[in-house]
Every structure is written in structure tokens, then in C-alpha cells.
Write a new protein. Structure first.
Length: 245
């Protein structure tokens, strides 16, 4: 029996990319997926697809920068399934630009979604996991959590923060709760569509030429989940074979 079968999994940023791929894969392996994102029409379509294929899916509109909405989706999962086994804090934005462009609103949006969103996921889910004395928190970062590239200073700073928060949580948390950081290399997603700076947008077209499919990151997340309860996969970095960086 798979370690994934029957698990209750809350996934943020589930309307596209890594979140969508993860919901599909985990549901196909028997998990109950509870999906959150801002684009509720996409969540509805995804839930219908999962259910048509025999899976279990719930969804709720979610802005991870709003702690009340994060708490609400946790309550939804609890009320339907009685527990929370896994939270995948995946929601993120990436409007890259040179610092001298002074796109302060975009900086603040990255800080709010990429850092506060993860913290809100932890704040909403951790008390439940502590009470049930089990759980698994998976935070999605980036290879930007390990090195900085031009136009990505603020984005990388947010992902360094996710890496630090995840490691701090791992060290502090009870032994019954697992903590995993998943850091994708260049991956097919809609993240680049938020880039408003022309130079950064053109650079990303070249950079993404050898991108991983989102399903590759979903499989990495599944790998961490499916380990026996006494095995905690702390950190996974997944890059395309074709890239050297």
C-alpha cells in the first residue's frame, strides 16, 4: 500500500504549474487533495478532471497573503476528512526586474506571496499537526534559494528566506512532524508571465529553453511523502539534466 494513499493534502497555488501537477499525481495515488488558488475557475476544472479519473478533490479560492483564507482552507480539509497530513506551500510569483528599475510594488508582492504565504501555511497548519502528533510540511523554494542572478535579487531573497524558514522549522519541530524543502530548477510554469520588465522577460525566454515539466517536481514531492514515517527527506534540488547551473 502506498504511503500516499488516503493522505489528506492541502496544496496552495494549485491552479497551474507545479501545484496542478502535484494535485493530479497525488490524487492518482489515492490522496485526498484540497486545492487552493486565486483562480477558482481553474480549480473547479481541475477538481472535475481529478474526480472523473476516480480521485478525491476539494477546492477553495485562496490568497495565501491572507491568513484568514489560509486558515479557512485548513478548516475545510479538517471538516471533510478529519485531519491534515500534508501541506504543500507552493504558491509563488516571480516578476523579475533589475533593482534599478525600482518596481517596489512587485518587490512587495513577491515578499507577500513567497514569504508570508509560506509562513501563513505554517501558521494555519502547524497547530493541527501538533495536536494530531503527525504531519508533513513541504515548502517549494527554487534554485534561486542557493544563488543569485541578475534581475532576480528580490525573488532569490524570498526563496533564500523560504529555505531559512524551512530549516528553522525542521530544527524546532517535534519528531512526529516532517519538514521538506523542494527547490526546482527551471520548470515549465506561468511564473514568467508576471514579468513586466522587457529585458528580464527576454532573458527568461532563453533561460527556460530546457525547462523541466511540472510533473518532475510533482514526482519529487511524492517521493518525499511516500517515505516511511521515520524518514524525513529534508531537502531536494531538482534541475534539468541539460543545464549546468
Amino acid at each position: 500500500m502506498s504511503e500516499i494513499n488516503g493522505k489528506v493534502v492541502v496544496i496552495t497555488g494549485a491552479s497551474s504549474g507545479i501545484g496542478e501537477a502535484t494535485a493530479k499525481l497525488l490524487a492518482s495515488r489515492g490522496a485526498h487533495v484540497v486545492m487552493g488558488a486565486r483562480r477558482v475557475e481553474r480549480l473547479e476544472a481541475l477538481a472535475s478532471l481529478i474526480e472523473a479519473e476516480g480521485g478525491s478533490a476539494l477546492y477553495q479560492q485562496l490568497d495565501v497573503t491572507n491568513i484568514e483564507q489560509m486558515q479557512s482552507i485548513i478548516r475545510l480539509a479538517q471538516s471533510r476528512f478529519g485531519r491534515i497530513d500534508i501541506i504543500v506551500n507552493n504558491a509563488g510569483v516571480m516578476p523579475l526586474s533589475p533593482l534599478e528599475a525600482l518596481k517596489v510594488d512587485e518587490w512587495n508582492r513577491m515578499i507577500d506571496v513567497n514569504i508570508r504565504g509560506v509562513l501563513h501555511g505554517i501558521a494555519a497548519g502547524l497547530p493541527v499537526m501538533k495536536e494530531q502528533q503527525s504531519g508533513h510540511i513541504i515548502n517549494v523554494a527554487s534554485i534561486g534559494a542557493y544563488s543569485v542572478t541578475p534581475t532576480a535579487a528580490v525573488y532569490c531573497a524570498t526563496k533564500y528566506a523560504v529555505r531559512a524558514i524551512t530549516e528553522g522549522l525542521r530544527q524546532e519541530i517535534d519528531a512526529d512532524i516532517r519538514v521538506t524543502l523542494v527547490s526546482p530548477g527551471v520548470t515549465e510554469s506561468e511564473l514568467a508571465e508576471s514579468i513586466t520588465d522587457d529585458g528580464a522577460r527576454e532573458f527568461m525566454k532563453t533561460y527556460r529553453r530546457n525547462a523541466l515539466p511540472a510533473s518532475a517536481i510533482a514526482r519529487a514531492i511524492a517521493y518525499a511523502i511516500e517515505q516511511p514515517a521515520d524518514v524525513d527527506v529534508n531537502e531536494l534540488v531538482v534541475r534539468p539534466t541539460a543545464r549546468l547551473g
